[in-house]
Write a protein that binds this ligand. Sequence first.
Ligand SMILES: Cc1cc2nc3c(=O)[nH]c(=O)nc-3n(C[C@H](O)[C@H](O)[C@H](O)COP(=O)(O)O)c2cc1C
Length: 365
Amino acid sequence: MKNSFGQSITVTLFGESHSPYIGAVVDSFAPGVIVDEEVIRAALNKRRPRGAGETQRRESDEFRIVSGAVGGRTTGTPLCLLIPNTDVKSEDYESFSSLARPSHADFTAEAKYHGFQDKRGGGHFSGRLTAALVAVGAIARQMLGQKGVYLGTHVLSLGGVRDVKFTDAEREVKDIASMDFPVLSPVEDEMLSRVEEARKDGDSVGGVTETAIVGLEPGLGEPWFDSIESVLSHALFSIGGIKGVQFGAGFAFGEMNGSEANDAFYVDGGKIKTKTNNNGGINGGITNGMPIIFSCAVKPTPSISKEQDTVDYVKGENARMRISGRHDPAIIRRVCPVIDAVCALTIADMLAARYGTDYFCGAKK
Ligand SMILES: Cc1cc2nc3c(=O)[nH]c(=O)nc-3n(C[C@H](O)[C@H](O)[C@H](O)COP(=O)(O)O)c2cc1C
């Protein structure tokens, strides 16, 4: 399934940056799941660009659910959500339609789709499509909330400016839920100055996010191929610009002794917990009941206005290019709600696979 993901709750993503609509089909949420359009709108607002430092493409994201939900509840049949593209400027891309924007997907799209791809605004590879993921992810997030599962993502670092890590994830995911720029310490202004510096310099910056998923019982996941790490990473690497995912202490394990790395078990009020959480809540591919913690490396936005070396892939010639158009000098803030959406869909799918789709079924009418 090239544009679909999931086993029991399958998401298909469609559309292009400048097509009339983008959207998602979810096959299928359980019947009776609450579809609160205000909650979807709030999630889309978090992904929307804001301020001078983010893309000037301003879409209202007036979504429509055209099937699969009636009267604020899912029906149990495929849910199709459409979002129109209204603020489209295809002429920005005409001058370099066969020049490969470095670090973007123009050359690989040409190799895969033999010139038939929609090149306008990055076509199917555009970050614009993540709006549809955020919208259907908001429904999945509500489903999880009803089962006591919460999640949240903050900007752990941006262009070298660092936030602190989660220490009390259960409380902290709730604290960041209402923030447009989710951070755990007061580093937003410094991060925004760093973005502004990059923008003035015609450049872009990358960063790292940190996500926590709390409230999962021990026992979710599979050994080997469908470990929680495998399935979540599969979904996370679908988000354009994410180039690294690490669980718990991740690459820092390489510099630890076992005595530092091991998470000692203890019993607290009848519940088995670990004193540290270096393993990010996962042992043997299966949840151990501690919060799942992981970080994602987000590369600097490929589109920069500095002149760059490239090729004309139709003529097969070297070329120079300067990218015009509307772009984010840093996408990391906007990636946070996308990560949340992808996680919610993935965890909902894994729970539905374990307990059956009706696990999320609303009360009988
Ligand atoms: C929310 C979001 C917004 C994005 N905005 C831009 C952008 O304005 N300009 C750009 O060059 N890339 C942007 N990207 C990143 C590209 O989509 C991505 O780097 C590209 O498709 C290549 O994929 P890869 O980086 O995974 O190899 C955005 C990604 C996301 C998730």
